[in-house]
Design a protein around this ligand. Structure first.
Ligand code: AMP
Length: 415
């Protein structure tokens, strides 16, 4: 599923792509089409699940579809949030995703002067993002007109109830048109939330997404069985077919990292290798190019990856399985972004079956094995011993935190 499958217009899809997001998170995949259909929704989704874009994107889309004629800009969407910080975050999303659209928004919260907010409202805005108390102040003094609101969003509704906003919320709702679309987001569906929802939502679509999990639980792990020499072309193929823009690939050796990066470069995929033999400057440059999007594939050894300051990534590939099963867990912990699960693929050839067993023992489960059509391994291929020296353990004699584990590699019969 991609963002262009959800019914959003090109301007919004482009703004999302500008953020580097290709795949909608589960809450987005469910909420966006439901909101675009015009119905009410009630979504259980925590911060970190991508919920903000889950309501912001379809809200912007609907506002664009039904723009009124003329110069007046009535407030047509209202987002209520519990805190000033959250209003700011929501408005940032509106600005980010609405950057190609002619819509305007304002934030309203307490603890600051009324006057700048009054002026913003007077100039005309399509969307107001507000905390309930200050919004009521504006309504009382006649500086906020909510009589044309089409969409109401309650963000973090459970927190708003915890903070005692229920009466304020009800007063605000009473001033809105009876016919409108309601979107309620809450980390949990407590009894109080259900009561609020009952009085306010019409046959809502209920959406529940998994809580933000530890990486290992939310990461989709797949093993591709593949011939030893077919790994590189398979990786190229996977990157292209999945249109992966940022992928971190692990190899066991520094030499292997270099060779793989060179292969990918030659194949037209911008790639860089980082490992213990590269200077700090070279590593920093590779990393910043990767973050910027100039380098699409970063190939790293385990040790070099340890120190990497990068956010969670959508795709991690084990080009070769690590010597030590725990390294597998560290590697896949690099993915699992925004509760989106993330995707960890391992390319495994006949030489690595013992390593795979060790990993499965550690995880206490079997990993699903797949074969990519056209890359079926030859069942006659015989195992060969793996490279003796573990990858990226620093320069000769280098100690480092992992020195103790080097000895562990000796336990394996083929090490
Ligand atoms: P939220 O749950 O709305 O607070 O979002 C959590 C974080 O996920 C924010 O930093 C978003 O920018 C990011 N995010 C939102 N949608 C996506 C997506 N489809 N893919 C990756 N990250 C996303």
């Amino acid at each position: 599923m991609h963002f262009d499958d959800l019914g959003l217009s090109a301007a919004l899809v482009r703004a999302v792509a500008d953020q580097g997001y290709n795949i909608p998170t589960p809450v987005q995949a469910q909420a966006i089409p439901a909101v675009l259909q015009g119905g009410d929704i009630m979504a259980a989704a925590q911060t970190g699940t991508g919920k903000t874009a889950g309501f912001t994107l379809p809200m912007l889309e609907l506002l664009m579809r039904n723009r009124p004629e003329g110069r007046v800009r009535p407030v047509r969407a209202l987002v209520l949030t519990p805190t000033r910080e959250l209003t700011a975050q929501v408005q940032e999303s509106i600005t980010t995703y609405g950057k190609h659209l002619p819509l305007k928004s304002a934030v309203i919260f307490g603890g600051v002067g009324m006057q700048p907010q009054v002026q913003a409202l007077r100039r005309g805005v399509d969307i107001v993002v507000a905390t309930p108390g200050r919004l009521l102040d504006h309504m009382r003094q006649g500086t906020a007109d909510l009589s044309r609101v089409e969409i109401l969003v309650l963000d973090e509704a459970d927190r708003m109830l915890d903070m005692g906003f229920i009466h304020d919320i009800k007063k605000v709702i009473a001033a809105l048109p009876k016919v409108r679309q309601n979107l309620l987001f809450s980390a949990t569906f407590s009894d109080d939330i259900r009561k609020l929802a009952q009085g306010m939502l019409k046959q809502p679509t209920e959406i529940t997404v998994a809580r933000r999990n530890t990486a290992a639980e939310s990461v989709q792990q797949t093993v591709y069985s593949v011939g030893r020499d077919a790994k590189r072309p398979l990786l190229s193929r996977l990157i292209r077919e999945g249109d992966w823009r940022q992928v971190l690939v692990f190899t066991r050796t520094k030499h292997g990292a270099n060779r793989l990066a060179e292969f990918l470069e030659r194949d037209g995929l911008p790639a860089a290798a980082i490992h213990g033999n590269k200077s700090q400057t070279a590593r920093t440059r590779a990393l910043s190019e990767f973050k910027r999007g100039g380098v699409r594939v970063l190939v790293a050894t385990d040790i070099a990856a340890r120190g990497l300051d990068i956010d969670q990534l959508p795709h991690v590939v084990n080009f070769e399985l690590p010597n030590v099963p725990e390294d597998y867990v560290h590697r896949i912990g690099r993915t699992g972004r925004a509760g989106n699960g993330g995707d960890a693929l391992s390319l495994v050839c006949v030489d690595e079956l013992k390593l795979l067993n060790g990993i499965e023992k550690l995880l206490k489960r079997e990993l699903p094995r797949e074969v990519f059509p056209g890359f079926e391994p030859d069942p006659r291929e015989k195992p060969q011993p793996l490279v003796r020296k573990p990858a990226g353990r620093g320069r000769a004699g280098g100690g480092g935190p992992n020195r103790g584990r080097n000895a562990g590699a000796g336990r394996r019969p083929n090490a």
